[in-house]
Design a protein around this ligand. Sequence first.
Ligand code: ATP
Ligand code: MG
Length: 583
Amino acid sequence: MRFSKIFIPTFKEAPKDVVLKSHEYLVRGGFIQQIGSGIYHFLPLGKRVLDKIKSIVKEEMDKAGANEVALGFVTPASLWQKSGRYQRYGKELLRFNDRKDNAFVLGPTHEESVTELVRANVKSYKQLPLHLYQMNIKFRDEMRPRFGLMRAREFIMKDGYSFHSSFEDLKREFDLMEQTYSKIFSRLGLDFRAVFADSGAIGGSGSKEFMVLAKSGEDTICVCDTCQYGANLEAATRKQVMPSTDAPQAEFAKFHTPGITSIEALADFFKITPFWTLKAVVKRAIFDEGRSALVYFFLRGSDVLNPIKALNAIVGANELVEASQEEIKEVGLIPGFIGPFALRNLTNSPYIYFDKELQDAKSLICGANALDYHFVGVDLSTFEGLEYKDLIEVQVGDLCPVCGVSKGGELYFTKGIEVGHIFQLGTKYSSAMDATFLDEMGKAQPFVMGCYGIGISRLLSAIIEQHHDEKGMLWTQATTPFSVDIMVSNIKDSAQLEMGEKIYTALSAEGIECLLDDRGERYGAKIADFELIGLPFGIIVGKGLEKGEIEFVRRKDLSKQVLKVSDFRALIAGLKEWISKCH
Ligand code: ATP
Ligand code: MG
């Protein structure tokens, strides 16, 4: 392709309010252009990258046995009413009516559409499993579209949906998709982790996110310094923490602790570490139709409650909010002295949860539900019917749940960009939408479903967030719009232009994608564009040609090599070898 013929509007200045380098460079480099808030055009360079990403995704998805389709973007609202999401989805769902006053939505995701498609066409277990995917436009009316393609309103997603006759088969597909996604992101040249994600009611390993590691990532992820373990904060677990100090030696007793209302003060008072104290956290849970109730969480004084784990512990709760001291006093409790003794009787609450690391914990000190008193020598194994849940937020330095014992791996936090999400949906949508098949016994069963997303357009931003320098972008081998930028320093010099054309023709014939900068621009402008656009290699045909020399530049480190053109065939063979090896 010739630079003079391809539409690449580049800019020296960054657009206003730009925060991320990927946003700045993609716009300045002429890859994308904004047309409205969170809505972007893809220009030729951006489109080429998009197509490269899509073709890798397609290759790997097809290899895994999935079928590509293209589902209607405008979706009848009736489908969303059937699943119940028409009301629930919130303002991100753009709802509108047509001229006949029929209601529609712009698809932010396509579980409803695909479930209806399969419901109408798949009747028997013999037709399963089935995996349908597409790479198509999505619309989400995001509250704060930002960072260019990273959080757009209109964006491109690969969304796949699989249908199974059993949970075992879904698990098999889920594992296959985990492998497939790993191949895709490796081929794209990305440093990434597959992390356990919160999957609400489904729990366990029902959901994984693929995170591109980048300082600018919006998500905090918890990873192991030794193995591949990774998880979102709300899904991260650890090897159970063991005491680092001796247990306080005390028989069970009520102790006068005047004015001791914090964990620090309590630990100080008894000369113990907070590990041996029991912390009570009281919140208000909001349920459907505005019903609310106080909820009680207990964890070791040395631990911190994770709000999402806490919310997931309560069946049916939609939100947790702070509980005021007054609300707590109203139910007869004394802030600072709350403990598990007689709590159920006092409060009448069914919502009392203990962190699972407290299972059968002994030698604890906790509030006595009486002003200025704590109990010492508390043994939780003597309580009956305590409900244990994973409630704690892991901390830097906690031991990895996978290799903490065998290899001493420690957890730390890093930042990631979510580029993919795989999810074991189960029968959530099929049950709601009456989508059933006949099993081997001839009995109607709801399809067991999985869904699998990749942020195709977000990937452009993610690649650049991970691969750029202060001058511009650094495309990876698999995603670069062209491999080489052949810059003719001065097109008025016919020898230079001729040599540029000759190299362009020869390399193109070798299957190398070249951009020939044959514009009447200054040399400086060409180099600046080369650095900004970030093709992996440049060839400079300039003054040196008088001595029979050209320059070969590697974009990554801007290192230069002078090459002789006298033996042209050897030159092309050498260039070809470097280009394939030097990435
Ligand atoms: P996020 O947490 O970033 O809002 P999500 O969890 O809502 O994303 P999914 O529903 O899992 O997103 O969608 C699948 C993929 O689509 C995501 O992993 C992400 O890469 C991409 N994606 C989601 N929302 C956007 C957006 N507003 N702009 C660009 N890509 C997006
Ligand atoms: Mg997600």
